[in-house]
Design a protein around this ligand. Structure first.
Ligand code: SF4
Ligand code: SF4
Length: 78
């Protein structure tokens, strides 16, 4: 189960989340979204290494990232 979900349609490709992640799990896609930006993406493999720290979600100015914590459920998207 993925620990973060990136709403690619909302993403403006600013890359702040890629910098914020201590594990460097997020990268920018090479395919543009409907807004014309290269959205942030995380692969299933990289998602396995996610700690649900939510730093990426806190950094995102467009609230495009939701973080799921396995024990407590949804959180960290504020
Ligand atoms: S929740 Fe933390 S570890 Fe997971 S992708 Fe975001 S910044 Fe990286
Ligand atoms: S911080 Fe938000 S808007 Fe910027 S690249 Fe990441 S998901 Fe997209």
């Amino acid at each position: 189960m993925p620990r973060i979900v990136i709403d690619e349609a909302r993403c403006k490709g600013c890359a702040l989340c890629t910098i914020a992640c201590p594990r460097h799990l997020i990268s920018l896609s090479d395919k543009i979204n409907k807004q014309g930006f290269l959205p942030a993406v995380i692969s299933a493999e990289e998602s396995e290494r996610c700690t649900s720290c939510a730093l990426c979600a806190q950094m995102c100015p467009d609230v495009a990232i939701t973080v799921w914590r396995p024990k407590t459920g949804k959180g960290g998207a504020a």
